[in-house]
Design a protein around this ligand. Structure first.
Ligand code: ATR
Length: 278
């Protein structure tokens, strides 16, 4: 793809950013639709966020950004407007620039939900969310919004209780006891990023009627054990694509080319199981 001076600029801000796969699938979508736009990774250390953000906002052809760790909360006070959803979640992952204004939104929750719907309809289901950090909030918000019965477990119980109180949900102390009563189990902790990470609960308790989601991209022990148990399962890849697809929709007004986006990630390990790629 070549660009003229009419090209629009998009990107993702974070620190570090070299692991990000968003440029892969966003650029593949732009190019597939023939949009003259480029999506670039931008590494911004926390102490430079304000300066860098003001600079980006000053660019007339800057149309949109994704925001990732560690800026999702800190960017909020730099914005002219923040959506109700982003306020409730307390994090912005998408910024839309229009008429010199910067509007913050959150597509993590809807991305999670759309990905989840590939394997289960969550309405009226009992869902256990493992973790009470930043990533947990969008998942908890999404599940509550569609009427699932949500339970939160966290290594540090106090944090689970605080999050549960904020959303009017239940915090639980014993994950193993809870797993037996659940339909959906979602890992939002960082446990599983490394091969030798501990288990969060006895994964042998997973049954074929469980739905297990790990928002980590790689196949964690949790996902492997779910697969082995014959349960429905999902890694973090679909959520990654769907949150980005929803950002794409907000920026361009175009229907995101999901199949193209997913296909562009196959060299990076996106599940190639076609029956799961609608
Ligand atoms: P993120 O924004 O990615 O959610 P975070 O806010 O630092 O990151 O949250 C990390 C989550 O992983 C927390 O729920 C954390 O549990 P604590 O609140 O008890 O720290 C969880 N976590 C990290 N390492 C863990 C471990 N070894 N066992 C269980 N939970 C762990």
């Amino acid at each position: 793809m070549t660009f003229t001076g009419k090209a629009s600029i998009y990107g993702v801000i974070g620190h570090p950013i070299s692991h990000s796969l968003s440029p892969v699938f966003q650029n593949s979508a732009f190019s597939y639709l023939g949009l003259e736009a480029v999506y670039i990774p931008m590494d911004i250390p926390p102490e430079k966020l304000e300066t860098a953000f003001r600079g980006l906002k000053a660019l007339v052809n800057m149309r949109g950004l994704n925001v990732t760790i560690p800026h999702k909360e800190d960017v909020i006070h730099l914005l002219d407007e923040v959506s109700e959803e982003a306020r409730s979640i307390g994090a912005v992952n998408t910024i839309i620039f229009e008429g010199g204004r910067a509007k913050g939104d959150n597509t993590d929750w809807v991305g999670f939900l759309k990905a989840l719907r590939e394997i289960v309809e969550p309405e009226d289901k009992r869902a256990l969310v493992l973790g009470a950090g930043g990533a947990s909030r969008a998942v908890v918000y999404a599940l509550k919004r569609v009427g699932a019965e949500v339970f939160i477990w966290n290594r540090t119980y106090e944090k689970a209780r605080k999050l549960a109180d904020e959303f009017g949900l239940k915090a639980i102390r014993d994950a193993e006891e809870a797993v037996k009563r659940m339909d959906i189990i979602v890992n939002t902790t960082s446990v599983g990023l490394k091969e030798d990470d501990p288990w969060l609960f006895d994964y042998r308790l997973i049954r074929p009627d469980h739905t297990v989601v790990d928002i980590i991209y790689r196949e964690t022990h949790l996902v492997k054990m779910a697969k082995q148990a014959g349960a429905s399962y999902q890694t973090g890849f679909p959520m990654l694509v769907y949150q980005g697809a929803e950002s794409f929709r907000l920026w361009t007004g175009c229907e995101p080319p999901l199949k193209i986006m997913k296909k562009s990630l196959s060299p990076y390990g996106y599940p190639k199981d076609c029956s799961r790629i609608p």
